[in-house]
Design a protein around this ligand. Sequence first.
Ligand code: 4NP
Length: 158
Amino acid sequence: MKILFVCLGNICRSPTAEAVFRAVAARDAPDLTIEVDSAGTAGYHIGSPPDPRTIASAHRRGYDMSPLRARVVEPSDFELYDLILAMDRENLSALHQRAPAHTRERVRLFLEFAADAGVTEVPDPYYGGPNGFEEVLDLIEAASNGLLQHLRQRARAA
Ligand code: 4NP
């Protein structure tokens, strides 16, 4: 299974999802072969590491994000990835506009997998306070657990 997480800049939310889900999958599902990456719908930060506030809050929960570098979504991503998971509706819509018709069903909201979260979008923390980065982590940890359960069911059904 290949999973791509997508936000706007690929320096806050989607690299957090990449790092958290990679760690959760390695810890809880070492039997599954899962590849993970992240990208942005905008190219403002191509080649940059994640935002220092993102790195710091993830580090406090044991996730190492320092090696990650931002990239933009490319046309080939729609062919390569089984699931392309957007952090919010704005990015979902940007992805739907770019997705070839036969790949459209691969593009979904990440928080579909966090049914109990009470929200359907991961809020953009870029212009907010430090609490925003903790909320991003809480939502992403919840959705990562849900996504892993979904992938287990898919693997059993295959
Ligand atoms: P992200 O956050 O989409 O979660 O990476 C943002 C990063 C940068 C900007 C906006 C959101 N920006 O406007 O530069």
